[in-house]
Ligand binder design. Structure first.
Ligand code: BGC
Length: 790
């Protein structure tokens, strides 16, 4: 047991019940409560995940108020595409240093939810569609942050894969899919990096809000995985504070002015919440504060060094999707740079992760600086950087600039208003203005390279036409210079896709039920997410999972697979057979040709990143433990390995398999038979079987309750009357004076979709939960007298 924990237990044993109840909720937006006479300090937590967002004024949590400058590292989508845990650990350590220098005890990240659908508004904040990649990257980030004596926070646990009605929607998912896809990443990160904290998500999981879900918060997280830190709520995620404490959620964040204290005290008096449970939560809060205090100290931050690291990381996550040899660019002639992003880069996403960067590189400046007088660079904006819209006069400029240049580089992608925390994308297309600019450039000059800045996949019906396509994602504050590094070949493009780019969203089984119903989302595709779907169904992605080119080429030879411990070790020699140095990601997939349980065509179970000079070789060994071969057996509630043949595939993407071996697994157990959705989207019958229960009927908008939303209120006359003042009350809790239009859009979506309890909790006491209950009774016409009584 940690020293701090033993000390915390002792401190808590001497506290009054009132103090304990006070401690298990935050003090304000970003700090915890203190009890000075008992030696319990208050600590500061801040977002996260790719930069330190320590607010200077105001107390909101949605990115509205300015924060102190901090290095804006590439967002998780970019870091994930590096497939480089060592590099991510380095970035984590830099984040840890900056946190420490700013007196931040816990940095609220990494986020590691699975990208179930490419339209997820917050996908840019997450690593991958694959749990193995997500878990490994998150673990690396946590190790880095915590190496500096600052706590990390894994978020958002669990099954929070869309923004639409994120505070109340019920994720209906079968147990096997939940374990194999949506929990495994968290499990890897917990086991491999020992995070100080975990954040529970907003949504419900199979009918129960995450905060009150004991099976997730205690049985799985602590008992099965051995998590020994603190669980905090996402901001205003509390659905029932007393039950959350019983479930194992220790700290309510932010502070809600004691909104729940009376209910918690009552639950304690009645015995519903035991003293042991309350003490446990309070002990974990004190333990966290003591841990932070123990590790507190100053930290030297070198902003220039962190900027250089951000630049390196952005290039490492940049994915070269296609290339006819035009890249790396020759340093000569005339280069037309087209697209407003070249001067006003898209480099991070809106919402709680918004960082105030210490500096901001632009592509055009970096390109000009690197080229000097060797080549001439012209520029045409093409579109409005905020809206993405174009007009004929801008397109004429594009055509003119493209026609008279030797080569054209178009920067396109998604404007900030297209993807954000708080709402999902409605489609996967580029803004029409961007498409028009790309088309105009291509028509004027075939030697056109497209460089994309966006946080999640876009449809590219024109993908065959450009000379090259570079996916730069959201590269952070040094994204512009990193892109120039890659395009000029000063740095090899290091990225490989950690997500599939579909031809069209409608190809995807998850598209049938994504962000459609405010109350419920049904994961009828089961395990068929991302490449698990594309490769099983034979529906090609535009660019497959794991894909990414280099300026050189790699050969894989001498694959051997040997029994090693309880698993296998896979050895392969990688040789750089091209003319330049570069990096590659060797990917190991497992395929079970015959199983009682349905299985996707292949699943990633190991990978390694190698950096090789021209002509160099390296022998790599990648270990597969027993779990690599296991399925979650729902009946026995354990991971089981079925005896029989298993194929081990080694490749450069999920569709570029270079070598395979079959191994015979002798020892194992029978797994319970299970069927997936035959046509990749479960029918009612199939879904019932997968769930092992009836498919829940989504709640209707009435009768109203604490979890009802403003949108629900619109369904009755009385509700409509109440909606206006409630919206106003909600608005009051945020200061939007310095907010941009995207953030305001997110905030308005959040407000409409917020449960009424959130409006009460964030109202600074203007609307207590008790008063809210009375209002609800009135709106339901069940109790006018209850209202009059007050
Ligand atoms: C987000 C979290 C974030 C928190 C605090 C929430 O809206 O979901 O990721 O850490 O706010 O800003």
């Amino acid at each position: 047991m940690r020293d701090t924990y033993a000390k915390a237990e002792k401190i808590v044993s001497a506290l009054s019940t009132d103090d304990k109840i006070r401690l298990v909720s935050g003090r304000d937006a970003w700090t915890t409560e203190e009890v000075i006479e008992a030696g319990i300090p208050s600590i500061l937590v801040t977002d996260g995940p790719h930069g330190v967002r320590k607010q200077v004024a105001g107390t909101d949590h949605l990115g509205l108020n300015a924060s102190v400058p901090a290095t804006c590292f590439p967002t998780a989508v970019t870091l994930g595409s590096s497939w480089d845990p060592e590099l991510i650990e380095e970035v984590g350590a830099a984040l840890g240093r900056e946190s420490r220098a700013a007196d931040v005890a816990v940095l609220l990240g990494p986020g590691l939810n699975i990208k179930r659908h490419p339209a997820g508004g917050r996908n840019f904040e997450y690593f991958s569609e694959d749990p193995f990649v997500s878990g490994k990257m998150a673990a690396a980030m946590v190790r880095g942050i915590q190496s500096q004596g600052v706590g990390a926070c894994l978020k958002h646990y669990a099954a929070n894969n869309q923004e639409f009605f994120r505070l109340s929607v019920d994720t209906v998912v079968d147990d096997r899919t939940l374990h194999e896809l949506y929990l495994t990443g968290f499990e890897i990160a917990v086991k491999e990096s020992n995070p100080w904290t975990v954040m529970c998500s907003y949504n419900k999981v199979n009918g129960e809000h995450a905060d009150v879900n004991r099976s997730l918060m205690t049985d799985t997280l602590r008992d099965d995985w051995g998590f020994d830190g603190l669980v905090m709520t996402d901001w205003f995620a509390t659905s029932d504070r007393a039950l959350a404490l019983c479930a194992g959620v220790d700290l309510e964040m932010p502070g809600t002015g004691g909104s729940w204290d009376a209910e918690v005290a009552k639950a304690h008096q009645s015995g519903l919440l035991t003293t042991a449970e309350l003490d446990l939560a309070a002990t974990r809060v004190v333990d966290l504060a003591l841990r932070a205090q123990n590790d507190a100290g100053t930290s030297q931050v070198d902003p220039a060094a962190h900027h250089a690291l951000a630049r390196k990381a952005a290039a490492a996550g940049t994915v070269l999707l296609t290339n006819d040899g035009t890249l790396p660019l020759e340093r000569t002639g005339t280069i037309a740079v087209i697209g407003a992003f070249a001067k006003k880069p898209r480099y991070q996403g809106a919402g709680s992760s918004l960082v105030n960067p210490t500096q901001l590189d632009t592509f055009i400046a970096a390109l000009r600086e690197s080229l000097g007088d060797a080549a001439s660079v012209t520029y045409a904006p093409g579109y409005d950087p905020l809206t993405g819209a174009t007009e004929e006069v801008l397109l004429d400029e594009v055509r003119a600039a493209a026609a008279k240049s030797d080569v054209v580089i178009v920067l396109a992608g998604l404007p900030a208003s297209a993807e954000s925390e708080g709402f999902d994308r409605e489609h996967l297309r580029l803004p029409d203005g961007h498409t028009a600019v790309i088309t105009a450039a291509l028509e004027a000059n075939e030697r056109t390279v497209i460089a994309l800045q966006n946080g999640s996949p876009v449809e590219m019906p024109w993908a065959e036409r450009p000379a090259a396509i570079v996916e730069a994602y959201l590269g952070g504050q040094a994204g512009g210079s990193a892109l120039a590094d890659v395009i000029l070949g000063d740095v090899a493009p290091g990225g490989r896709l950690a997500e599939s780019f579909p031809m069209a969203a409608s190809d995807l089984p998850a598209d049938r039920d994504f962000a459609r119903h405010p109350k419920q989302v049904e994961y009828r595709e089961g395990l068929y997410v991302g490449y698990r779907f594309h490769d099983s169904a034979g529906v090609p992605a535009r660019f497959p999972f794991g894909h990414g080119l280099s300026y050189t080429a790699f050969d894989y030879t001498g694959l051997t697979v040997r029994k090693s411990g309880d698993g296998y070790s896979v050895t392969v020699t990688v040789t750089n057979v091209g003319p330049r140095e570069g990096s590659d990601v060797v990917q190991v997939y497992v395929r079970d040709p015959e199983s009682a349980a349905y299985r996707p065509e292949k699943e990633l179970k190991g990978f390694a990143k190698v950096h090789l000079g021209a002509g160099e070789s390296q022998k790599l060994t990648i270990k597969l433990d027993r779990r690599a071969f296991a399925v979650w057996d729902v009946r026995s509630q354990e991971w089981r390995v079925e005896p029989g043949d298993i194929e081990i595939l080694v490749g450069a993407s999920s569709t570029d398999i270079r070598a395979r071996r079959t191994v015979k697994i002798a020892e194992g157990q029978a797994v319970s038979p299970s069927h997936g959705p035959a046509a990749y989207v479960a029918t009612d019958n199939e879904f019932r079987t997968m769930l092992g229960s009836e498919i829940p009927t989504p709640d209707g908008p009435v009768p109203f309750h604490r979890d009802s939303t403003i949108a629900d209120l619109e369904h009755t006359v009385l509700g409509k009357v109440a909606a206006g003042p409630l919206l106003e009350l909600g608005r009051k809790s945020f200061d939007t004076t310095d907010a941009d239009p995207t953030t305001i859009g997110m905030f308005e979506a959040d407000l409409k979709e917020a449960p009424l309890r959130k409006i009460a909790m964030s109202s600074d006491g203007a609307l207590t939960l008790k008063r809210l209950d009375q209002l609800i009774a009135v709106l339901n016409r069940t109790s006018l007298s209850a209202w009059r009584a007050h």
